[in-house]
Design a protein around this ligand. Structure first.
Ligand code: FES
Length: 158
């Protein structure tokens, strides 16, 4: 199989030093690849497949099982809507629906302009401030439909 060896390029060669190259390394290797590139590029999956001797289909099968892996480039801003119990009972679902409608994407997707990717999370660790939304590293507390609309509109103008 031909093609660029991304494990040799783009800073991934250190993976060969860090891992033995065994089947059991698959998940941590994919995590590292995603840490470096921001997502699992098809070329990187091809390289990992050759290195670990695991078919690309099997790697895709494993990676799609875990919500942590992404298959497209991340947006410039990462919007996370909390739907843990505390946030859910205080209207988190409505906030998520509003964000989806405003951005025109489902959870796990990135907007066409590359501005946002949208995820739902189980808990952001500040339940007393529910419902909670995080834009990149900034947590917004006591969120409402109006507030999330304001945040998204504000980001558009900048
Ligand atoms: S449930 Fe939302 S922050 Fe914990």
């Amino acid at each position: 199989m031909k093609g660029p060896d991304l494990l040799a390029d783009r800073g991934l060669s250190e993976l060969r030093r860090e891992f033995k190259g065994e089947r059991g390394d698959l998940i941590p290797v994919l995590q590292k690849v995603q840490e470096i590139h921001g997502y699992l590029r098809p070329e990187a999956i091809q390289s990992v497949s050759r290195w670990l001797k695991i078919s690309e289909n099997e790697i895709f099968g494993v990676a799609t099982f875990y919500a942590q892996f992404r298959f497209h480039p991340p947006g410039r801003h990462h919007l996370r809507i909390c739907l843990g119990t505390a946030c859910h009972v205080r209207g988190g679902e409505q906030i998520l629906l509003t964000a989806q409608e405003r951005l025109g994407v489902a959870t796990g997707e990135t907007t066409g302009d590359g501005e946002y990717d949208l995820d739902r999370v189980a808990c952001l660790g500040c339940c007393a401030l529910a419902p909670v939304v995080a834009v990149d590293e900034k947590v917004h507390s006591q969120m409402s439909v109006l507030k999330i609309q304001g945040i998204l509109d504000g980001h558009k103008k900048t």
